[in-house]
Design a binder for this molecule. Sequence first.
Ligand code: CP
Length: 344
Amino acid sequence: MSSTTLRGRDFITWLDFSRDEIEAMLDTAHDLKRKFIRREPHKVLDGQTLHMMFYNSSLRTRNSFEAGMTQMGGHAHFLQPGAVYTPALKGDEVAYSTERISDVARVLAEMGDAIAIRIYGKPTGWEYGKGDRIVREFAKWSKIPVINMEDDIYHPCQALADVMTMQEKLSNNLQGKKFVMSWAYSGSVAKPLAVPQSAIISAAMMGMDVTLAHPKGLDLDPRILQATKDLAKKNGGAFQISHDMDDSFKDAVVVYPKAWTVQATDGRAWDEAAAKEIFEANKDWICTQDKMELTNDAIYMHCLPADRDMEVTDEVIDGPSSVIIEEAANRLHAQKGMMALIMG
Ligand code: CP
């Protein structure tokens, strides 16, 4: 186990942590994974409770947190708005079944050891930033750590698993390796920005040579782009934006093609029709075997669920370059590493 203590810290975005602190989480994750494989007991959170509040659906996040808490000797509670009173911000429409986040957070903090929240998209009315504000409102009122299980800006747990997977597949030292986060077509435009934004932040923090590829009009949050640029500079990496999928794939050792929506990040409402128009004009942004052959024998990554025959062909996602199952499995180990340090 790492000697770094992050006890009591919230885990909302990688931007709140130094590279050394993130590497301590990853080292702990690798260590706990070895113990898991050898079936060695590692009850480092014995008797602890994680409260998980899901405003959105989940397969990987819910099950990896639940399994991880059990394996570390604790327990995770699955809480769903509507089944418990729906936690709401001050100023939101108040219904009989609504409860102020200030009260929910303070009550749960008296009964457990961390609170984890997932909220983006429809439950926020697609108001960019509102999901992140809700997570931070929990953090403001909670005296125990708050974990972001994906909001509308960040998915920091996915980023931990992604980097852990790249370390296993490529090298523990990812410095200078070419990482491509590419937009890809989907028949659904209801796709938040959190995964690509966290992916470029994390790859830049690891000193990788980061390319963000997307058709014009699908820009990410300018504040995230600036943070990525700053991290690349600080960590000896690089960051560039391309509007050509084929060209971006050249020399890549990692490709991560995934849909995200067209979203104003300056407070203007989500324009679903405009998103549909751009998506339908870019159906050729699909990850095919021909495109994979442009790379430097790259691994194919995706956070899942993937939109097959739209974002990617079966040949690629089920082929030898694909690391999607290891990547999903590492959600378990990466989150255990993070929880062991902030809760342990
Ligand atoms: N990648 C991911 O967060 O998966 P779930 O939506 O299934 O949790």
